[in-house]
Design a protein around this ligand. Structure first.
Ligand code: IMP
Ligand code: MG
Length: 179
């Protein structure tokens, strides 16, 4: 698995350091509010756990699973709900937690869907942002790192459901894709 990696972009230390800054910022911004963090599965699970430990104000959590990719490296634009939320969002200040904001189609779809459930606000916190790939007008309030147009894996991010357990974000060797 480690041999398939061409380059490490962000080490675990670097991600944790950045997550701490984001957690502190979110704790300040949402002080006195009814915060709920919604992790978009599966990719954001690891980042969500780190972020959560750095939030120092009361908050609730929930999980939602959608599919936007069919196991490859290109966006299909199709979004399907696989697991919906357990909680009502009425009156909550919602923070959507994502692994990566790419074309923006997934989060745009989810944001519009959840707006109809009467939350007080909806914002986005993403570990990675690929702004050059955006096809819909959507932005994250909190961004871990901006990255160029490269397909990345690790720290929750997969290629064909593998590599999520790499303890860093990296780029795979081209031979892995063509295999
Ligand atoms: P979007 O709808 O194009 O913004 O895609 C968002 C989803 O695509 C993310 O939640 C990831 O699951 C997946 N994705 C986009 N770029 C990458 C990448 O570089 N590596 C792994 N997954 C990616
Ligand atoms: Mg994802």
């Amino acid at each position: 698995m480690f041999n398939d990696v061409e380059k490490i972009l962000f080490s675990q230390e670097k991600i944790l350091e950045r997550t701490k800054v984001l957690g502190t910022q979110i704790s300040q911004d949402y002080m006195g509010k009814k915060l709920i963090l919604i992790s978009i599965l599966k990719g954001s699970a690891i980042f969500m756990a780190d972020l959560l430990k750095n939030i120092t104000i009361p908050c609730q959590i929930d999980f939602m699973a959608v599919s936007s990719y069919c196991g490859g490296t290109k966006s299909t634009g199709e979004v399907k709900i696989i697991k919906d939320l357990d909680m009502s969002l009425e009156g909550f200040d919602v923070l959507l937690v994502e692994d990566i904001l790419d074309t923006g189609r997934t989060l745009n779809y989810i944001k519009n869907l959840l707006k109809n459930r009467n939350p007080s606000s909806i914002n986005i916190c993403t570990m990675l942002d690929k702004p050059s790939k955006r096809v819909v007008d959507i932005d994250a309030k909190y961004v871990g790192f901006k990255i160029p147009d490269e397909f990345v894996v690790g720290y929750g991010l997969d290629f064909k459901e593998e590599y999520r357990n790499l303890p860093f974000v990296g780029i795979l060797k081209p031979s892995v894709y063509s295999a």
